[in-house]
Design a protein around this ligand. Structure first.
Ligand code: ATP
Ligand code: MG
Ligand code: FE
Length: 347
């Protein structure tokens, strides 16, 4: 089956056409238009600016993706769009674009949970069979999820305050390194000494798989306020901070893999692009005789291929509601809800 996917939940307007055949995904086309420049002056994503930028460009992005796929709308089997969670104005733009196209073409509309897109993203490139232990680390989420199959998600732990990506973004803002913060901190850290600044590893002595990153930001803020940092100090602070996050994530991943009967550890979401974190998780997987699977960099951050894949897998499995056009956008939508496609209004 062939699906058009649309993603507009944050600051990327993206569309992709994907074919799922015998359980294997082939990306026929993919277009991403980033809003980084619009948001950069504010040091973060401004929801109203994001919604307007999505509205300005969504039709063009979809048009280009379709054109590059070489297919006509009539040749698709369905249209999938992120329908939550995320910045609601942007979500509504992408969802309504998808609904309008579905209505006009008579094809099924498939509302997709953005987190399910991230959760399935390793399957875009690799034969990543279920079950796997997923560490979803992005700008808004930091969770351990046991993935047993499509729609079968069990959340085992979460950050109790900031997400790891948010922690990177906040440090970058404090240091004026630019936006988005993760890549900027990673770049600065390459010439830094990660043992220079002692930073906290919160919750490490506590049971379970919950995480916390707010204290890390506070500790960094105190250092930044206390002294005038040289370029080398900044590099050292970035390296120490990145190491602290990598340590927290890998200690938790270690515990997650201890309890897990499978042999795949998956890291997905924007922070999965970080090489230090990948290396730390790789070592954890190796300790448990497991393999680490991480999507290619462009499928770690937000993209429409993962949304098209989730839509295709749902359609193939018959997991799309008859009245999917009635689905309303959801600002919050936990992945481990009874059914990932359930809707509070329309059941
Ligand atoms: P969510 O998926 O939770 O709704 P989101 O869609 O905004 O949030 P993503 O686009 O998946 O999140 O990821 C963006 C986040 O990833 C940002 O916080 C960014 O700083 C972080 N990030 C991107 N690249 C890197 C990197 N190389 N190192 C660390 N963090 C990174
Ligand atoms: Mg983004
Ligand atoms: Fe995301």
């Amino acid at each position: 089956i062939t699906i058009l996917g649309i993603e507009t939940s944050c600051d990327e307007t993206a569309a992709a056409v994907l074919r799922l055949e015998d359980g294997r995904a082939a990306i026929l086309s993919e277009t991403v238009r980033s809003q980084v420049e619009e948001h950069a002056p504010y040091g973060g994503v401004v929801p109203e600016i994001a919604a307007r930028a999505h509205a300005d460009i969504a039709d063009r992005v979809v048009e280009v993706a379709l054109k590059e796929s070489g297919l006509a709308l009539s040749e698709l089997d369905g249209i999938a769009a992120t329908s939550g969670p995320g910045l609601i104005g942007g979500v509504m733009v992408g969802m309504m674009t998808g609904k309008a196209m579905a209505l006009a073409s008579g094809k099924p509309f498939i509302p997709v949970n953005h987190l399910e897109g991230h959760a399935l993203s390793p399957r875009l490139a690799e034969d990543c069979a279920f079950p796997y232990m997923l560490l979803l680390v992005s700008g808004g989420h930091c969770q351990f999820i046991r993935v047993d199959g499509l729609g079968a998600y069990q959340r085992l732990g979460t950050t109790i305050d900031d997400a790891a990506g948010e922690a990177f973004d906040k440090l970058a803002k404090l240091l004026n390194l630019g936006f988005p913060g993760g890549p900027a901190v990673e770049r600065a850290a390459t010439s830094g000494d990660e043992t220079r600044y002692p930073l906290p590893r919160p919750l490490m002595d506590r049971d379970g798989l919950d995480m916390s990153f707010a204290g890390l930001k506070t500790a960094a803020a105190r250092i930044i306020e206390a002294e005038d940092l040289s370029d080398q100090d900044v590099a050292d602070l970035c390296a120490s901070y990145q190491r602290a996050i990598a340590d927290c994530l890998s200690a938790r991943a270690d515990r997650a893999m201890e309890r897990f009967d499978g042999d795949r550890l998956v890291v997905a979401g924007g922070v999965a692009a970080n090489q230090t974190i990948r290396a730390a998780l790789d070592a954890v997987a190796a300790r448990h005789g497991a393999s680490l699977i991480a999507p290619p960099l462009k499928h770690c951050t937000d993209n429409a291929a993962m949304i098209a894949l989730a839509g295709a897998e749902r359609l193939a499995a018959g997991l799309v509601a008859e009245d999917s056009l009635a689905f309303t956008a959801r600002p919050r939508w936990p992945l481990d809800e009874e059914s990932a496609a359930s809707n509070p209004v329309y059941g």
